[in-house]
Design a protein around this ligand. Sequence first.
Ligand code: IDP
Ligand code: MG
Length: 134
Amino acid sequence: MAVEKTYLMIKPDGVRNRHIGEIINRFERAGLSLERLELGLVTDEQAKANYAEHEGKPFYAGLISYITSGTVVKMVVSGEGAVSKCRQLMGATDPSSAAPGTIRGDFGLIMDENVIHGSDSTESAAREIGIFFS
Ligand code: IDP
Ligand code: MG
């Protein structure tokens, strides 16, 4: 499998509930490396670019206001098959159906606040890294 980079972002609930250390630990334990790491806010422009594919959906406005509502952790992580490996560690989008042992399964409560974002393909990863680390 090829070495890939992926964009990960601990969402405001993950930061507020103090899960940063545990989440980063899980990626490192899985053999992945942190390439970039930054604590900060997401601008409205960055949020809209990152979630462009969801524009027009019923949850879109809430998603944009939520991701811009508080401090997040922006990360670039690299490693063999990093995109799918990170998605596996994250778990299903809806925390109520995410498997125990996954980040969303262990720390998530509701769909709107599901702890973490991660790129879904190497193409999305390149685009998202450009949005947040340009
Ligand atoms: P993903 O984060 O697992 O890639 P996507 O389908 O790309 O999931 O959705 C992006 C984000 O939008 C989700 O992480 C979640 O926060 C939010 N979201 C998706 N579907 C819903 C929904 O039906 N209600 C509320 N929020 C949603
Ligand atoms: Mg997605």
